[in-house]
Design a protein around this ligand. Sequence first.
Ligand code: DMJ
Length: 577
Amino acid sequence: MVRRSFASGRWRYLHPAYYLKRPKRLAFLFIVFVVATFATWDRQSLIREHEAEIIKLQEELNRLQDQLRKSSVSDEMSENVKFIREVEMDPVNDERREKVKEAMLHAWNSYVEYAWGQDELQPQSRSGVNSFGGLGATLVDSLDTLYIMGLKDEFQKAREWIATSLDFNKDYVASVFETTIRVVGGLLSAYDLSGDKLFLDKAKEIADRLLPAWDSPTGIPYNSINLVHGNPHNHGWTGGESILADSGTEQLELIALSQRTGDLKYQQKAEKVIRQLQKTYPSDGLLPIYINPRSGVAAPYSTITFGAMGDSFYEYLLKVWIQGNKTEGLKHYREMWETSMEGLVSLIRKSTPSSFSYICEKTGNSLSDKMDELACFVPGMLALGSSGYAPEKAEKMLSLSKELAWTCYNFYQVTQTKLAGENYVFREGQDMSVGTSWNILRPETVESLMYLWRLTGNQTYQEWGWNIFLAFEKNSRIDSGYVGLKDVNTGVKDNMMQSFFLAETLKYLYLLFSPPSVISLDEWVFNTEAHPLRIIPRNDTVPELGGEEEAKPQPKVIDRRQRQPFGRKQGRIADQN
Ligand code: DMJ
């Protein structure tokens, strides 16, 4: 067997002697070693550099995320960016919205200067008047408008007055309806927008003073009450009857109050009224304006109208259903509303020669060809409620809404000042003529235009609203605020800046020129004084009428949106101006 020596075998390359005899190979080996060492070192330092870079990027990312969180942008960013883009793309609306905001500032500053803390400003005499018992009606009515328009300092100043000076202990006979829609509604809306509990506490305080008004044999409220002594009663001029609108327009506010405080007593009172009326609801859904609070029966001799004293009863049937997320437990509201809309259709007539649709009033079996400007909330209500119908019916109702909006716009266009009178009569061959000639800065037509623009996207409604705004600017603006007109044809001015001008007229105009995401109709419902209340899933068990026992307060389940009063899409509008 031949044994191979180590020097001649393949292991010879590992023997130092092999290289000592061959210096070139030694040098080559050395070079290979150096290059390999450098390559390895270089790769490791590259990895180290990358790692350092990744850490740096990570830190930068954390910092940016933090910044986003701190400026509350995280959740709302896409919303706001979308809003700002829309605004940037529409300079006309942008400019119009600013003009309306400036009008609000003029009205507000005049109130601050001449009537601070009082109910309303009398601009001509530059003084205040306590037309609602000294509850700061204009101030409270303006809170949400200021907030929505981003007038933060003004909002804060108003908030301070409420904290230090709003006193409900007034020996004053208040209107339950007016106090609820303006004061309770205004405070609740300010709470929903700002999350400031002061407003909720104050809303509860005044509601507690109003609550005995519902202690009638049927639960239908008496319409007046002394804020200190209670003693609810009805006005002498109604013959002791309760007024339909005054009795059926507190549901949104009292339900909202119950849902936010967890105390169901408020909504129980308000909802019992509707259950009571439901018992004898007529097949056409049209109720006369006077109802007996002891028997619950409507006075057949009294008028049926979608104008003064009837109007917002119908509005609230629809809106309570919307407020509570249109759930099964609330379907009687929607059903009653739909029944009433059939009744409404039966009151529609067309003028000659121009075929303006209008809503008649009805007493007994006879129709009268008269329509209040107050009834111009109807087009907005129909547009809002139309989507709850099957498609064909929805189309019909929307089209009626458009026809009525055209009529209401013409209430403005047919006068010398281009401002509408209080009501109109329709005579054969003469279309519309002004009946009562004053204009007190009412909002109903611009309210409907806002709904129609939002729900149809048709910019014509914005144009109409702008024309109405210009007419207010031309005829109603004076150095010390805004006044109504005694006569819409002569333009003679009155001496009152109604609080609803700031609560409603200017707010609806502002929203008419804002993107629909600002106080979205999917998330908010407006009370009849234009105070937006957040739509929340209801949590309650209201006893059926008939059982006199009150429902026990349910443990309050706090919805996510309730817990985050500043949450997404809520009142952030202020920051966007
Ligand atoms: C407001 O107080 C409310 O809109 C109410 O429903 C009707 N009257 C005024 C505005 O016109």
